[in-house]
Structures are given as C-alpha cells and as structure tokens.
Write a protein that binds this ligand. Structure first.
Ligand code: MRU
Length: 366
C-alpha cells in the first residue's frame, strides 16, 4: 500500500544490496524508517522485538531468514539449526512454522549447491503468494460488506470494528482484515472503522495509520469500548485477523479478540475472521487446549511508549513501582462465536467440515 504516494510492501528484497528491507514497525506511527536485515540474529531480533509482526509477515520474514542461512552454509545441519533458531522466536503464529517447514521440505531433497538459490526463490514466492491471498480475501470480504451496505439507508456508512493490526503491515501487502476495508472503500461503499487501541502494544495505532493513509474514515477507541458500541447499534460487523486457526475453526488472535466475539454474539453483530490458508493449523482441533499462547514481558503492560512533545519516542511507567504486569499476548475465540471465515477461496463456516471442504488438498496433506 502507499506511504506518501510511494507503494511499499512491509518487507522486500533489495537486489542491489542483496538483503531484505523491512519497515521498522516499533517506530510507527510516529516515524517511517526502513531497516535492513543482515544477519540471522537480525532476523530473530526483528521477529522477537516486533520490528516485524503479524502472522503472515512473520512467516515471510522467516523464509528470508532461512534463505540467508542457506547462502552462508547450506548443509542439513545448518538448515535444522536455523529452523530451530527461528522457530523459537515467537510461539503462537503458525505461519512461522508453516514457512520454515515449507522451506525444509523443499530444500532437503536438493543438492547442497542448489539450496541457496532455491531458498531465496521460495521466500520471494511466499511473499508474492501472501499478497495474492490477501487480495482475494479482500474480494470475498467486500461482498459481505456490500450486502450490509445494501440493507442500510443510502449513503449511511457501514460501521466495522477491528482489533489489533491485521493490515498490510502485518502481512506483505493488503492485510487480511483490512483488505475488504480497502476494497470496499475503493469501490465507493461508505465505511467507518472502529479501531481498537489493542493494549499493550497499541497495534491499533498501526491500523489507524494505515487507514488514514488510504483515506478510510476511522475512530480509535479503547479496547473496552466495543461492547458498548455494539449495544448501541454502532457496529455492523466485526472483522479481525488470526494468528492460528484450528482445523475445527477455533480462532487464536490478539488478546481481547475473544471478548469482542462474546459481545458481538450477545448483540447479534456478525463476527468474521479473515483467514489466509497458511494460518490454518491442520494438526490441532481444540484451540483453547492446544495452541501455545505467547507470554510477553510485563514491562509492556507497566510502561507505555509514545511520541513526546519533540516527536521523539518516550517510555513512561503507568503503574506503581513493583507492581508486576501479566501479559498473555493472544486468546482463543471458540468457533461457536465466529460467524464466518473469510479465506482466499471464499467464505465458510467455522467448522471442521466447512474448512475441509474448502481446502481438501491441505486438509488431506496432514
Ligand atoms: O503480536 P502481533 O502484533 O504479531 O499480533 C498480530 C495479530 O494478532 C494479528 O491480528 C494477526 O497476526 C493477524 S495479521 C493478518
């Protein structure tokens, strides 16, 4: 998507520099800075510290990390070491494992001398495929938004609510939950998006930055506002992303998503999840029992970061000295609360049967 008139992806390969460039997301929305990844440690740091974040982008970044490792030493031993090293960066988003497995499955049978080029090409393919998947999710989501708009008085905006950033910054381009928003806006459907702040990392500020750059009307709200807005008829549809969806349709996403789904059900508001197929974990069924939830440092809760008066980033403490912060980063929304999954192949129920019917090839491959 565009930043100040220039089209960017969230990461890209620079041929002249022979290295991957990322957008340093920890500085957004205050500063737009491009950052180069040179070493495998740079890749791990970028994922752990959330210079890059969002399930699909984490997967694409890991694929390029494997390519870098293969360019240095393409032996089986280094491939396995790199798999372990990158896989240990963040535990919840399944796209990380999906990309690393895909790389290892492709590379292992190849002669060692062919692996570096094949790994780099695979990373390019994963990035390009992600863009196309998200574009298609947008087309399918657009149809739902169009239907809602058709039932409203002419000219009245469709009010969406989203949580976290499932935008182009969280993918390679388009975003998952935001792709239908961009496509609906571009199609001339009046929209307004309630953007959850998404404490503690405030990914909502990234979503607000994205939507603002694209001209989509939006309002930034605290995480606890959603239920109230739904009770007062101010939300027509909730749409979120996901970090891992089970083969049965349980959805793991940023902490607080579950509470939005509960409020949506209580108020008869449709709750949709934008789901690219690499985010389906076909090996697990029960999201609550089986998905590992990342526990991040309590300091992300006890301290907040923002731009100071001079525009520089400042960190301030909001709790009394010594109060510990508890920081589970994701939660699981059981499939019974999900109205539908918007995938690149169409919209389906959050059920094992519907997912298997839409992705028979992937379901059978496990
Ligand atoms: O901790 P983050 O910022 O990596 O979490 C991101 C999310 O929870 C997104 O909603 C999810 O990855 C879907 S991104 C298309």
């Amino acid at each position: 998507m565009k930043v100040n008139g220039t089209h960017y992806r969230s990461l890209w390969w620079d041929d002249a520099k022979g290295a991957v460039q990322i957008i340093e997301q920890r500085l957004l929305p205050h500063e737009f800075r491009v950052h180069q990844l040179d070493t495998l440690d740079d890749y791990a740091f970028a994922i752990v510290e959330m210079q890059v974040r969002g399930a699909p982008l984490i997967g694409a970044t890991a694929a390029y990390g494997m390519a870098l490792a293969m360019a240095q030493d393409a032996t089986d031993a280094n491939m396995d070491r790199t798999w372990d090293f990158l896989h240990a960066t963040r535990p919840t988003a399944i796209n990380l494992r999906w990309a690393l497995d895909r790389a290892r499955d492709l590379l292992r049978p190849l002669p060692v001398g062919d692996r570096a080029a094949a790994a780099l090409q695979l990373a390019h393919d994963i990035a390009d495929e992600d863009v196309e998947i998200n574009r298609r999710i947008g087309e399918h989501g657009l149809r739902i938004i169009r239907d809602i708009a058709a039932r409203k008085p002419a000219g009245e905006p469709v009010h969406l609510l989203t949580h976290c950033n499932a935008g182009w910054l969280a993918t390679v381009d388009w975003g998952t939950a935001t792709s239908p928003m961009y496509q609906a806006h571009d199609a001339g459907i009046p929209l307004h998006v309630w953007v959850d702040e998404t404490r503690p990392r405030n990914q909502g500020a990234l979503t607000a930055w994205e939507l603002g750059s694209h001209g989509v009307p939006h309002t930034y709200v605290v995480d606890n506002a959603g239920g109230h807005l739904m009770q007062h008829g101010q939300v027509d549809m909730v749409i979120t992303g996901t970090d891992r969806t089970t083969r049965a349709g349980d959805v793991c996403n940023k902490i607080g998503t579950y509470l939005k789904a509960l409020a949506a059900q209580d108020n008869g508001v449709p709750f949709y999840v934008a789901l690219p197929s690499p985010t389906i974990d076909w090996r697990v069924s029960d999201g609550v029992a089986e998905i590992p939830i990342e526990e991040r440092t309590g300091r992300e809760i006890t301290h907040v970061q923002g731009a100071g008066a001079d525009g520089g980033l400042e960190v301030v403490q909001v709790t009394p000295e010594g109060t510990p912060g508890g920081n589970p980063a994701f939660d699981v929304t059981p499939r019974r609360l999900v109205t539908g999954l918007i995938t690149e192949r169409g919209v389906c129920d959050a059920s094992p049967e519907a997912l298997a019917a839409l992705f028979p090839d992937l379901a059978a491959a496990v």
